[in-house]
Design a protein around this ligand. Structure first.
Ligand code: SF4
Length: 218
């Protein structure tokens, strides 16, 4: 098998994996959609979010990797909790306002094939918005995020996502040196709030947009 066939096979299998997960998310009353490319996803977001909407962003490496998506989210009435020059109190206020936006964008640390979102937060603002507040929560994900069950989701975060995020954010935590979780009590610890999101009563409030690109996401 040459490299092109190999890449095509991966893309095909990833598509099946995504479609299976989309079915499960829909059974859990989440809107879930498949996009072949980053460009298709960008156009869908443009079409979905009306002008004048309020938006906010929960820290996401996946979103950063999609050219133009952060800029698009910020082109609306964006609640910027990291605004330069803001005081600590002003930043806290803006983070609170993010709970009332029309569209909140984030990724998910892992997504099970049973249609559950697993997320671990250090501050809690991201999982707080996911759980309650914004009218719409848009989760941007790649096939890398899909795992078989909650145990696999926990392992994924402990062995990969959290150590990589600690490295990326320059946190003083043992996982950076060990390459895996040491269940630390560091003041830089980013694993404080552990959340599992399953069946929703508020249908389609949470939207999971998958891009079939395995170069995305930690
Ligand atoms: S609990 Fe501590 S050591 Fe474990 S992944 Fe989180 S930050 Fe790293």
């Amino acid at each position: 098998m040459n490299k092109m066939d190999y890449n095509e096979s991966i893309k095909k299998i990833n598509k099946q994996k995504i479609l299976t997960t989309i079915d499960a998310l829909k059974r859990n009353n989440m809107d879930a959609r498949y996009f072949e490319s980053k460009e298709e996803l960008l156009n869908a977001v443009k079409e979905m979010v009306p002008e004048g909407s309020t938006t906010a962003l929960g820290g996401s490496y996946t979103i950063k990797q999609i050219d133009g998506l952060t800029e698009l989210i910020k082109s609306y009435d964006f609640k910027d909790r990291k605004k330069e020059g803001s005081t600590k109190e002003e930043k806290r206020q803006i983070a609170m306002e993010a709970n009332f936006v029309d569209y909140y964008f984030m990724s998910s640390n892992a997504i099970t094939v049973k249609g559950e979102l697993y997320n671990v937060d250090g501050t809690g603002n991201r999982v707080s918005a996911l759980i309650y507040g914004p009218d719409n929560v848009v989760v941007i994900a790649s096939p890398n995020k899909i795992v078989s069950d909650v145990d696999a989701a926990i392992d994924r975060v402990k062995e990969q996502t959290a150590p990589m995020n600690c490295e990326r954010l320059n946190m003083d935590t043992p996982c950076r040196k060990l390459g895996r979780c040491a269940n630390c009590r560091s003041m830089d610890k980013i694993c404080i709030f552990y959340t599992l999101t399953g069946f929703q009563r508020n249908k389609d409030r949470i939207k999971v947009f998958f891009v079939n690109d395995d170069s995305l996401g930690l």
